[in-house]
Design a protein around this ligand. Structure first.
Ligand code: ASP
Ligand code: MG
Length: 412
């Protein structure tokens, strides 16, 4: 018998019919003898609707009141799920974040969890009840309602699993696991049985939006075993989903590359003809950092006749702002011949922990792209990933040829 925390997202509880389906799944786990704690999101679209109401009344609503409003979405779904379970003869009790006492700081709309009191949940589990907890919310030390930031129910699920030392935290969503790449681009993409925590972080940060990245980091910190599963399958199907592991040994027999990640949310900026001297990177990126703009890849060319070119990528929706910051800093912090940018780029990465012990993967990647005439504009590498920036119009082609080059459709 195991203790399982199950988290269901907005689509999974998007209608009473779907909530009944969730209840069936919970009942199925119970029948197998497991203790179950369920964390739910608000019904799909509901948080947006609630926050939209506040925006109708004010351009800059008080964050404390926004949290009071937004937290109601989850309060509805916990009650509905409890009723659906009781209707099936399964004893269940719902709790808001404040009732459990999920203690957070007081950073409204983006609060961080400080402490979770497990005593009420433990008592209910002991009495044979299913415990249902509202995701996305907590309470500060003065009793104010707080929320954890959009998508925060994933974090609630992982945090509860950590506090309860659950055997597994199951994240139910509308896909049945983590794939080698987006199946909408590569129909042969395969569901992975396991992926390591580090690989998942790479895939999540690269835009496979299966899991909120903060929740993955949280799981890593507290060694919570995460499993991604579909809530749309038959509740009794026992589909395995994808397990996010900490043990690399399990993966040794598998493919060297786990997946192809990509990201269309970036833009490239090049500062051309800057003096090739100490301090130039700081002179350019200092003002960018001071404006709170996140920089991803950075490339500086080898200097020639005392000058060099300096390129980096930023979030696409911060592209214009970054250009503005740089033109304000030019002539003041640094001299440059020209500042140019391109917001029609994409980043494609091959990810895999097996890379650590294998050489020659970069050349395989570059050859596959070269064979299709795809020009690489920037390259960056880490122990477990090689990422390139290319023209956005070749993104889908690049993902397809890389998926094929690394034989990801075959399961290693
Ligand atoms: N309901 C919240 C949101 O839409 C939290 C969540 O779904 O994870 O952001
Ligand atoms: Mg979500």
């Amino acid at each position: 018998m195991a203790l399982i925390v199950q988290k269901y997202g907005g689509t999974s509880v998007g209608s009473t019919e779907r909530i009944r389906n969730v209840a069936r799944r919970v009942a199925h786990y119970r029948k197998q003898g497991h203790d179950v704690v369920v964390v739910v999101s608000a019904m799909a679209g509901e948080t947006n609707r609630l926050l939209g109401l506040a925006k109708e009344l004010s351009e800059r609503p008080d964050p404390r009141e926004l949290d009071v409003i937004a937290a109601t979405g989850e309060q509805v779904t916990i009650g509905l799920l409890a009723i659906a379970l009781q209707e099936m003869g399964v004893p269940a009790r719902s709790y808001t974040g404040g009732q459990v006492r999920i203690l957070t700081d007081d950073a409204y709309t983006k609060a961080r969890i400080l402490e979770i009191d497990e005593s009420r949940m433990r008592a209910d589990l002991k009495a044979g009840k299913v415990v249902i907890v509202a995701g996305f919310q907590g309470v500060d030390k003065d009793g104010n309602i707080t929320t954890l930031g959009r998508g925060g129910s994933d974090t609630s699920g992982v945090a509860l699993a950590a506090a309860l030392k659950a055997d597994e935290c199951q994240i139910y969503t509308d896909v049945d696991g983590v794939y080698t790449t987006d199946p909408r681009i590569v129909p042969e993409a395969r569901r992975l049985d396991t992926i390591t925590f580090e690989e998942m972080l790479e895939l999540a940060s690269q835009g496979s939006k299966v899991l909120q990245i903060r929740s993955v980091e949280f799981a890593g910190k507290y060694l919570v075993k995460l499993r991604v599963l579909s809530s749309l399958d038959d509740p009794e199907s026992n589909a395995p989903g994808t397990l996010i592991t900490f043990e690399e040994d399990d993966k040794m027999e598998q493919a060297i590359i786990s997946g192809i990640a990509f990201n269309r949310d970036e833009a490239k900026i090049s500062v051309m003809g800057v003096p090739d001297k100490p301090g130039i990177a700081y002179a350019i990126l200092g003002p960018v950092a001071a404006a709170n703009l996140d920089v991803d890849m950075i490339v500086q060319n080898i200097g020639a006749s005392g000058h060099t070119d300096f390129s980096f990528t930023v979030n696409r929706n911060e592209y214009q702002k970054t250009l503005d910051v740089l033109s304000a800093a030019r002539g003041k912090n640094f001299e440059a011949r020209e500042i140019i940018g391109d917001n029609r780029i994409a980043k494609v990465s091959v990810v895999g922990i097996g890379m650590r012990s294998h050489v020659g993967l970069a050349s395989k990647m570059f050859k596959a792209l070269a064979d299709e005439g795809i020009n690489i504009q920037m390259i960056s590498t880490s122990e477990i990933k090689i990422a390139v920036v290319i023209d956005e119009k070749y993104l889908e082609l690049a993902v397809r040829v890389l998926h094929k080059a690394f034989e990801l459709e075959q399961g290693g």
